[in-house]
Ligand binder design. Structure first.
Ligand code: HEM
Ligand code: HEM
Length: 146
């Protein structure tokens, strides 16, 4: 179960990062046309939903994963002192939570905005920021070598 969850948590980022990047590119294109397509909004919605699933799976890996269990069994002090453990079990989850919150706020604001221009602006700012925050704390070495 724990291995399956980690596999899912390693696989979903390929789709999530691709979709987030696509949303940002479509936003930049939309600045000149001023017209937000249904496809664009659909991609943003799917990206947000997959990010929520990743959030839930992330919490499960954090509370039920084998590596997390063995790290937390050493006590919080040891995790905080060890840069690698702190990165994986504290900094990564916290930054990802912030990134996913930004994406959710952006989608929610875009959904409620009246004009295409305002919808696009919210998607661009919040999905763009969310993508940067997420990219800043993905454990690339661990991920791409696993
Ligand atoms: C968009 C959001 C996220 C992305 C893109 C992401 C991506 C990743 C990646 C690529 C790994 C490395 C997996 C591997 O070794 O193959 C990882 C590990 C991990 N993530 Fe996330 N993550 C996200 C959100 C979260 C959240 C919200 C949490 C917890 C609340 C979390 C907890 C963890 C933990 C604990 C590990 C280490 C697992 C282990 O080695 O046992 N992640 N994440
Ligand atoms: C980990 C806990 C989760 C939290 C805190 C959370 C939070 C939220 C919030 C605040 C919204 C409202 C966004 C808006 O204003 O439109 C939302 C929407 C949504 N979430 Fe989550 N979510 C979580 C997990 C999930 C999971 C696991 C799924 C899918 C299986 C999911 C699917 C959705 C969907 C479908 C929407 C509505 C999107 C739409 O308007 O089309 N969420 N969530």
């Amino acid at each position: 179960m724990s291995t399956g969850l980690l596999h899912l948590h390693s696989f979903l980022p390929y789709i999530i990062l691709t979709l987030l990047l696509l949303v940002v590119i479509l936003c930049i294109k939309t600045i000149s046309s001023g017209k937000l397509s249904a496809f664009h909004f659909k991609i943003a919605r799917i990206a947000m939903i997959l990010a929520h699933i990743q959030l839930l799976v992330g919490f499960m890996v954090l509370f039920m994963g084998d590596a997390a269990k063995s790290a937390f069994s050493q006590g919080m002090g040891e995790i905080m002192k060890n840069a690698e453990l702190r990165n994986t079990f504290i900094e990564h989850p916290m930054m990802m939570l912030i990134g996913i919150a930004l994406i959710t706020i952006g989608f929610s604001r875009a959904k409620r905005a009246e004009t295409d221009k305002a919808k696009n602006k919210n998607l661009l700012i919040f999905f763009g920021l969310g993508l940067v925050v997420i990219l800043s704390k993905i454990p690339f070495e661990q991920w791409l070598n696993s």
